[in-house]
Structure formats: C-alpha cells, structure tokens
Write a protein that binds this ligand. Structure first.
Ligand code: FEO
Length: 387
C-alpha cells in the first residue's frame, strides 16, 4: 500500500493479517500494521523497515515509491524486529545507503545481524542532532525506554511531522477502519505500560514542537485533533484513570466465584457506580483485562484458592499488573476457598507491592458458594467501592 502523507513523504508500510499473536502473546483480531515511510528530497530517507515476515511486500512498496531513485539513508528509530527485521535486505540491496540511529541502536545492530559488517554503514546520532535532506530536515529526539532503550523519535521540521516510533501506535491493520482509542489503549498498557515516566519525558519534549501530523510505527497516521491523542497519552502515562468505574476481574474454578462476582457487579450497579465491567480471567483476553484495569479508577479481584495459594489465572493477572506498573487505584478483594481459603492473603500481598494501592475493607471470604451469610460483607465492600 503506497499512500501520500505529503507531497514528499509517502507511506510504504504493510499490513499483517495472518500473524497469530503479536509479540507471541497478544491476540490481534484485526491484524497489525508495520509502518514505514519514504521521504523524497535531494536526499532520500526511509523511516524504519518492517517485520521480516512482510519484507517482500515492503520492498515492492519501496521500489514503486522510489521511482528509480536510490535511498541515501535508512533511519532506524527502534531495533525491535517488528520494525528492524528487514534491515539486512535493504543493506544488501543498497550498498551506499547509510543507517542513521541512536548510539545504542548502532551497538544493537550486530546482535540481530551478526553476519553484516556495519562498520562503515552507520551514523550514530544524539539528542538534537539534525540531518538535512534538502528542503526537509530531520531532528532526532532520544526516547529511551519508550519501549526499548535505543528508541528515538524524529521530527521533520519543514512539514512539522513527528515520526513517533511505537508511541501513538495501535493494534489493527490499516485496512480495518476502527475507532482509535480501544486498540491503542490495549496496545499502550500491554506494550508500553511499564514505561510511564519515559513517555512523560517524551511528551514534555513534544510539547515544545509544533506538530501537524504524527506518523507512528503501528496504526493510522494522526493528522487531526492531535490534542485528543496527546491528552490520552498524558493520562495513560501518568497512571491516572481515564474513566470512573469498576472492573471486576474473576478467576473461578467451578463457577462459584464467577457467580459471586456477577452478583457483586449488580450490587455496584444498584449503588449507582458509573460503569461496572466484568472479565473472566480464565477465558477472556488477558490484554483486555489489563487495559480495563488501567482504564477505570477501581478494581475488584475475585479468585479461588488453589494449592495453598492463588488460582493461577488470577496470579497471572496480578503479576501482569505488577509488571506494567499498576498504581493509584482503589481495590476490593473477594476470595473463595472450600476448606482453607488463602487466595485473599496472596492477592493482598501482591497488591501491597504495587504503588499507591488502597485495599478496601472488608475483604469478602466465600466458602465454596456465595450464601446469605456473605451478604453483609459484600454489601459493606460494595458501599466502600461506591463512595
Ligand atoms: Fe512495535 Fe516495540 O515494537
């Protein structure tokens, strides 16, 4: 797919509709795009390559867009293989082309392409360095840990375009027209969630730039209403909730905990909680559960005890939240156990390791099934959550 971004800048990226799992863990029902761009000026620059899975299609796009010209530079903003995977194809094809990347990325190149001699093929850039292509000037902005440590983003000064690497990316191939925020949020919290502070630092640098368009490495080019996207990124990266509401995440072995979780959701709705969402951690998409946990300001975890510990799907969920830097939320706990309930103790211990988590009392303990005896504690916890 070749698409004109501006007169001199073309989209030459590719959609991937047959990848089973992104990063071998995330379902992508609508695929994903590996974006790449071509800038045609006195000098010709390619902005990132694509996953090697799609190198053939990408090289075809590139050839068509080049119209007989030869690239002078490949700008490598990120070394993760979904973007850097086709570098060797390009290096082999264009022996005069120079690779422009951060110092860290230059050091990483041989790790992925040990059989390529890069010694005379690279230009290492640092914060604020510029590269003139003629009427276009690329300004490099270091963005370490905006997913990986070698990441940089690039600002094209004449057309005011920010090439934002993984920032502002989303799941979903470009051939699928869909609302941006849902899959951008799932992408953000699962891929970049841990890196709120570096993303805040990048947003501060971006605030000093006049930006007309954002060209990320996944998902659509953003050209209108940029304040909307920047504001959501500010909320997400500062770990503030995006919406008032409660996610009830449950992990139930034989259905007793699930039934109690659903009854608890009704109690919250009756108390007027703005939005109540439930997720079955044994069956629903874990990445969506993580996304919703960050989206809302309150969370309830409900799980069975298992092997004198916690039922693994809930352990997995809380471990994911720990990894992604979950914080600043109010959380209620419902445990279940037929002879020695201990899930609550493990969930509490995991939550206590997270920053600024307020654990609400009382914790509810079910013994196999929810009974009328559980109602006072459940109502008390529901009252706390509805406050
Ligand atoms: Fe899209 Fe961090 O790679």
């Amino acid at each position: 797919m070749n698409k004109q971004i501006t007169k001199a800048i073309k989209y030459i990226g590719v959609d991937d509709l047959d990848l089973d799992l992104f990063e071998s863990q995330y379902i992508i029902p609508n695929g994903v795009s590996y974006n790449s761009y071509l800038i045609l000026d006195e000098k010709v620059a390619i902005m990132d390559s694509v996953d090697e899975r799609k190198s053939h299609e990408w090289l075809t796009n590139l050839e068509a867009a080049l119209q007989g010209r030869v690239p002078d530079y490949l700008i490598v903003q990120h070394m993760e293989p979904d973007h850097a995977g086709s570098i060797k194809h390009l290096v082999d094809r264009y022996p005069e082309m120079m690779i422009v990347a951060s110092e860290r990325a230059v050091k990483m190149l041989p790790q992925f392409f040990f059989d390529v001699d890069f010694t005379t093929r690279t230009i290492a850039v640092k914060e604020g360095d510029t590269l003139s292509l003629g009427s276009h000037t690329l300004q490099f902005i270091m963005a370490p840990m905006v997913h990986w440590p070698e990441v940089m983003v690039t600002y094209e000064q004449s057309e005011k375009i920010l090439f934002s690497a993984d920032g502002f990316g989303k799941f979903g191939a470009l051939c699928h027209q869909e609302e941006w925020a849902c899959e951008a949020r799932r992408y953000y919290f699962n891929i970049c969630g841990k890196y709120g502070a570096p993303i805040q630092a990048l947003l501060k640098k971006a605030a000093a730039l006049e930006i007309a368009q954002i060209c990320p490495l996944h998902g659509p080019i953003l050209s209108e209403n940029l304040g909307y996207y920047l504001s959501l990124y500010n909320t997400w990266s500062s770990y503030e909730p995006e919406a008032k509401g409660v996610l009830i995440a449950y992990a139930s072995i034989h259905g007793g905990t699930a039934k109690a979780a659903k009854a608890f959701a009704e109690m919250l709705r009756e108390r007027g909680v703005e939005r109540v969402s439930t997720t079955d951690l044994c069956r629903d998409d874990m990445a969506e559960a993580i996304e919703d946990a960050f989206k809302y300001d309150r969370l309830v975890v409900a799980a069975s005890s298992y092997d004198a510990s916690l039922f693994p799907p809930m352990y997995n969920f809380l471990h994911h939240l720990q990894l992604k830097g979950y914080q600043k939320r109010r959380v209620g706990i419902i445990e279940n156990g037929s002879w020695a309930p201990c899930a609550g103790r493990v969930m509490r211990a995991m939550l206590e390791q997270m920053k600024d988590i307020e654990i609400l009392e009382p914790m509810v303990t079910l013994r196999s099934r929810m009974t009328p005896d559980n109602l006072p504690a459940m109502e008390a916890l529901a009252g706390e959550l509805a406050k």
